[in-house]
Design a protein around this ligand. Sequence first.
Ligand code: ZN
Ligand code: MN
Length: 491
Amino acid sequence: MIASGASSHETIIGLEIHIQLKTCSKMFCGCRVEFGAPPNTHVCPVCLGLPGALPVVNRRAIELAVRAALALNCTVHRSSFFARKNYFYPDLPKGYQISQYDRPLASDGWLDFPEEGGGAGRVRIRRLHVEEDSGKSLHDRFAGKTAVDLNRAGVPLVEIVCEPDLRSPAAARAFLGRLKRVLEYLEVSDCNMEEGSLRVDANVSVRPAGSGELMTKTEVKNMNSFSQLERALAYEAARHLTLVRSGEQVEPETMLWDPARGEARPMRGKEEVHDYRYFPEPDLPRLEITEDVVQRIGGSLPEMPWQKEQRFIDDYGLPRYDAELLSSSRALADLFEAVARSVPDPKEASNWVMVEVLAVANESGRPVEQLNVDPEGLAEIIGLVAGGRLSHSLGRQVFRRMVETGRSAGRLMEEEGLRLASGDELELWVGEALAENPAEAERYRAGEQKLLAFFIGQVMRKSQGKADPGRARQALLERLGRASPPDTPGS
Ligand code: ZN
Ligand code: MN
């Protein structure tokens, strides 16, 4: 049998992801975490690795790591250990990184993600551990020299190691997108690839489709956006395939992706674990996490946006479009649910939140959570419009004033005259509209019935939205001498 085309091989991708935890201070000292601060301004004896300085674990960092681990369906271990990962590099002042090795914080999780063209993929998570970041080497600061900024040294990270369950660069991108959304929603990390708070390394190999063979893999680094990740993985998979087809060996190397040139170049031979001479960190006790802490953090995990989306469809009968938009931010979703609880038709609540609330947010340039929309107040307006006591346009005006002033619908209707016009007022505007446009009135009476819309518009304008369009139409028809349009039989 002759193997044909790319379908004869499959790409195997495994990701290792470093996530910067959203803490105020570093992992083992009190130094502030701040992106973009002047170089070497957030350092102390601990993160500079001065002799005798002792590390203390940042409790908040551990809580965030547990939060991430639980959301990724991992088992959180009651005790885990810190270890020293030894290597020499100018941006690593201690000569080792405090990480975790054979006893990580958590292991054996998974995350489902939406695959292109429908369906769900699943990536198993081998382990999740906490560690500290290194400093940063700056090669472009001084000509011909490398500078070191240690502000980042000691910043808390979690490293997430995935099983090689991904089969295409597109799937890797989709998975990473889902992971990023989970961690952002959990408020565990900003996940900003440009600022380095989400960093991804990928292991790539190519093997005959369906074979269980373990092929030589390479590691790709320096992919600083989702699109670069997809491009780099496609490049590397194609390179492997070319080598395999021509009977050449893939070398186990670490490849550095060059976004400008669109190619990956070998950086160094791939390290083996024994190169790092891991050993237990003698300055830190074992990390104990009680059942209580796991329970408390587990109980505080928010519903994920895609779970919310499905629940809005199932429980409120919303169209998918509405459910997706409303679940896109927590503030919007919470507001919708609070309003929907107080009105008979959830779709009405959805319409008002999607259209009016978002319009006010856009116009004011403020996010929904800062608008102080009172859900009860909005529900009341929806009820007044549904009951015919406010026109839709008046309802919108009342809502806007409510957001601005915090006053109730009843008070605004009373004090600002935001209420439907009385019959007398309507008669007055109808009379004015006809008197001001005698030629149009004549043409209407001669059979040009489309002018009715023109007169309704005139009356609505005079009323500044306070006239009910249906009643305005009725009043005009009566004044123009007909109770129904001219061409109706019997008129
Ligand atoms: Zn420090
Ligand atoms: Mn690491």
